[in-house]
Design a protein around this ligand. Structure first.
Ligand code: URA
Length: 172
């Protein structure tokens, strides 16, 4: 991504496609993330896309993914902190619970339904929580799409991006 990005998206870990290409979010979830970024009036090149993990968590088989362990997340956190320090974004968008737990530290009482659309703080920056694009692919209803879109509108408002009437009405 751009080192001048205003928006820093943080996902979980590279999957099979990402591992092959050496780039984050290039598979199906990535295609959806790209659509979301475009709907916000940005291009992928204008934002920064990172992950809690910089590599795919090792699997006994070549297919499938597993979530990173707390130890793996803690090991990678300094790299993520360094990326955020270099980019100095205006906002961090945490995509899914692994991103939230990786950034804020694990909390078993945390529930995505309760914290999405809410702002936290990370390295003195606003950290907004939303669903992971993979969740959106699994539950591709207008309701879920609208929830994520409302979170993106919050992110845009927070950093002073212009929002058109058309954009306000997406997925209604
Ligand atoms: N999902 C993620 O969380 N990160 C990627 O890079 C790809 C899929």
């Amino acid at each position: 991504g751009s080192v001048d990005a205003d928006i820093f998206f943080c996902g979980e870990a590279p999957g099979g496609d990402e591992e092959k290409q050496g780039e984050p979010f290039v598979g199906k979830a990535g295609a959806l993330l790209t659509k979301i970024i475009t709907a916000m009036g940005h291009s992928r090149e204008q934002v920064y896309i990172g992950n809690i993990m910089n590599w795919r968590p090792e699997m006994p088989t070549p297919v499938g993914n597993r979530p990173p362990t707390p130890e793996e997340m803690a090991y990678c956190l300094p790299y993520l902190r360094a990326q955020i320090e270099v980019v100095k974004p205006k906002i961090i968008v945490a995509l899914g619970m692994t991103a939230v737990n990786g950034l804020l530290g694990p909390d078993p009482a945390r529930r995505m339904g309760a914290i999405r659309g809410q702002f936290f703080e990370f390295q003195d920056l606003p950290l907004l929580v939303t669903y992971h694009p993979s969740y959106l692919l699994r539950y591709a209803t207008m309701k879920t799409k609208r929830l994520v879109w409302e979170d993106m509108l919050l992110a845009m408002e927070n950093i002073g991006l212009p929002i058109s009437e058309k954009q306000r009405g997406f997925f209604q």
